[in-house]
Design a protein around this ligand. Structure first.
Ligand SMILES: [Zn+2]
Length: 107
């Protein structure tokens, strides 16, 4: 067996059910019509087991979770704050002063 990873990648690219093996041109077994025993077993498998044995999976895009949006917003806010902090550090000592009023009071 030489190829489990690249086979999987190939399966994610472009295979229309019913086509011959994109690698060797042999018939491809369609495993989508029978229940899967192992969820990781390939959806399509080249019948030329001896010389090819290409395994392919149907690409199923993950549904976008709502969390993703808030995570993005959160990151944006963090980046924005970092930019502000960077600006403060780069330039204006008065701004730094204003950020630590406790310190000014004790002086
Ligand atoms: Zn093949």
């Amino acid at each position: 067996m030489k190829v489990s990873t690249s086979n999987k990648e190939m399966g994610l690219i472009d295979y229309t059910p019913g086509q011959d093996c994109p690698s060797c041109g042999q018939m491809v077994w369609d495993n989508t019509k029978k229940p899967k025993i192992n969820p990781n077993s390939p959806d399509f498998k080249c019948s030329n087991k001896a010389e090819c044995g290409l395994a392919m999976w149907i690409f199923k895009p993950k549904p976008q979770a709502k969390n993703d949006i808030s995570t993005t917003i959160g990151l944006d806010m963090i980046l924005q704050e970092l930019r502000e902090i960077k600006g403060i550090l780069r330039g204006n000592p008065q701004v730094i002063h204003r950020l630590s009023p406790a310190q000014t009071r004790t002086e």
